[in-house]
Design a protein around this ligand. Structure first.
Ligand code: ATP
Ligand code: MG
Length: 573
């Protein structure tokens, strides 16, 4: 069972360098399975801190952890909420994390764990370290501790409290837990080596005092374990075999191994393996920065459709399979890299092109009156809802005397090769007939208010009566078919390709035109009751999805993405 058939390996065979074979983590795991390491068991975990919403970088970690776990028959991936910092964590983030993982299509079932559930057990591990002479209570001030850590060039200095006896340390630790000290008066530290070349090994903190309310344990604790201590031990408690994390933890690996060995007695012993984070152009992927965008009201919230959060992408109309396909295509690397957002957009378009049925909407409408059509005269036409999937059926559109087209589709003095409407020029109304512009009516300020046109009844149904060429096709909507709606046009949140580059604040790279609201838009009557999240292609305009702020009879649409694909061009060049 350890050697999967080639067909099952297929989705994991992503190698951006073009090398043959599995990505490097899959290779390590396959080796371990083949040699029967850990009894050929596979267990991973995804360990977010519930201090914000998940973003597309987390989706990469989720994808890696779940697909790796699936390489063994009973492999599993735990969701572990790494909630060791009471100051920043909230229940609503716990809920959103679970919702987003489910949306991506992964089922954690009952495998939902909280680091805070291990607080008692972690405390016992700390006592074990003290008893083994591997941890001590330090009473230096936080400043002294920092100053004596040294730096890359100079070794640190031992704390004067480093030689306290086991008994004294056990007593002080208990008193820390009992709340007898104030924040900053005492910490528990690992006794490793203050001259270690790896700064993380210079007697790192294990516990610190925080007199804060925890979202799950309330006021039961006033000491909280540090990430570097809680994380490896939580992995070990859960029987994790492969602890997969992003590269910034590489320097923490010796400490990860140290804590597990120092406490001792674990089987399996989890192994940490690091992979490169996902970075995407025109995007920031740091919870702290995303939180800043929310707090400064640069966006409407964590699920603003411009946010790279999974909640934002869902609201924008991105399909979960597109996100996963994109992640798979970017591969698993050992070195940091930057992926162009056009690749994601290309994937979104490709999937929406298949998924989204076609319809028509006019986002900046101008009225057209067909002067040679009688009041009350109506013609109905059937158009396929999807040109490539006739089995999905047809939609009906009504042609009548009054209809609407896009304001920008008419120009008084057009440039050469303008195939849309202009004085005397003829166009095709998608699926219906030819019309010719005769007269433009403007208000006193010169704004176009109505176009008078004539139609050629011979062109009814879209035929070409005398073989004459009509090159432009416009989307349109008749007065009968139209209902009012609101359209939100989104563009990239950051105009700069690398908003996180060092020389300026990411806030200076915000695109001032990332949202335009069209409150006067019209869409087809059939969309009046569309459910939240439904996706459509508005012909000629792009892909749109129904926003959760829609009200019955007045939908709100988010533009997911336009029709033009700039990645296709990049890939060709
Ligand atoms: P951020 O840096 O955005 O604040 P984080 O790393 O602090 O994120 P965690 O909740 O600690 O957020 O992340 C949970 C897991 O997701 C970690 O194992 C981390 O390695 C992984 N992860 C976070 N960002 C990315 C990314 N951009 N690409 C791949 N994995 C990521
Ligand atoms: Mg982190």
């Amino acid at each position: 069972m350890t050697d999967l058939p080639a067909s099952e390996k297929q989705p994991l065979e992503s190698s951006p360098s073009g090398d043959e074979g599995l990505h490097f983590i899959a290779e390590i795991v396959e080796d371990d399975l083949r040699t029967g390491k850990n009894g050929a068991r596979l267990q991973t975990r995804f360990p977010p801190e519930p201090n914000g919403y998940l973003h597309i970088g987390h989706a990469k970690a989720i994808w890696i952890n779940f697909t790796i776990a699936a390489r063994a028959p009973f492999g599993a991936c735990n969701l572990r909420l790494d909630d060791t910092n009471p100051a920043t964590e909230e229940d609503r983030f716990v809920r959103s994390i679970q919702e987003d993982i489910r949306w991506l299509g992964y089922d954690v079932g009952k495998r939902v764990f909280f680091a805070s559930d291990y607080f008692e057990r972690l405390y016992e591990c700390a006592q074990t370290l003290v008893r083994k002479g591997l941890a001590y209570v330090d009473s230096q001030s936080p400043e002294e501790i920092r100053d004596k850590r040294g730096n890359f060039y100079t070794p640190g200095q031992d704390s004067p409290y480093r030689t306290r006896s086991v008994e004294e340390n056990l007593d002080l630790l208990a008193r820390m837990r009992n709340g007898e000290f104030e924040e900053g008066q005492a910490v528990l530290r690992a006794k490793i080596d203050m001259t270690h070349p790896n700064m993380n090994m210079r007697d790192p903190l294990i516990y610190r005092i925080r007199k804060a309310h925890h979202h799950r344990t309330g006021d039961a604790w006033c000491i909280y374990p540090m990430y570097d201590f809680a994380h490896p031990l939580s992995d070990a408690f859960e029987g994790v075999t492969h602890s997969l994390c992003s590269l910034e933890f590489e320097n923490h690996r010796p400490l990860y191994d140290w804590f597990i060995e120092a406490v001792g007695g674990f089987d399996p012993v989890p192994r940490q393996i690091e992979f490169a984070r996902l970075n995407v152009t025109h995007t920031v992927l740091s919870k702290r920065k995303l939180q800043e965008l929310v707090q400064l009201e640069k966006v409407s919230g964590w699920d603003d459709p411009r946010m790279p959060t999974l909640a934002g992408m869902r609201r924008r109309g991105y399909l979960p399979q597109s996100i996963l396909a994109f992640i798979e295509r970017t591969g698993v690397a050992k070195r940091d890299n930057m992926v162009e957002i056009e690749l994601l957009e290309h994937q979104i378009r490709e999937d929406l092109n298949r998924e989204a049925n076609r319809t028509m909407a006019v986002i900046d409408p101008v009225k057209v009156t067909i002067t040679n059509m009688a009041e009350g005269e109506k013609h109905t036409f059937s158009i396929p809802v999807h040109p490539e999937y006739p089995e999905r059926g047809t939609r009906e559109v009504t042609l009548e005397r009054e209809l609407y087209i896009e304001r920008e589709d008419y120009l008084e003095s057009p440039p050469k090769k303008w195939f849309r409407l202009a004085p005397g020029q003829e166009v095709r109304l998608r699926g219906a007939c030819f019309i010719r512009a005769v007269e433009a009516r403007r208000d006193e300020r010169g704004k176009l208010v109505e176009l008078l046109c004539t139609w050629d009844p011979e062109s009814k149904g879209g035929g070409t009566p005398d073989g004459r060429k009509v090159r432009g096709t416009l989307h349109w909507i008749s007065k009968t078919d139209a209902i009012s709606c609101e359209v939100h046009l989104y563009d990239r949140l950051f105009s700069e390709p690398e908003p996180e580059s060092e020389d300026r604040s990411f806030l200076e790279c915000l695109n001032p035109d990332s949202l335009q609201i069209r409150a006067e838009a019209l869409c087809d009557r059939s969309l009046a009751q569309s459910p939240e999240g439904a996706v459509f292609q508005f012909e000629r305009l792009g892909y749109f999805c129904v926003d959760r702020t829609s009200t019955p009879g007045r939908p709100v649409f988010n533009r997911t993405i336009g029709l033009r694909d700039s990645w296709a061009k990049i890939a060709q060049s």
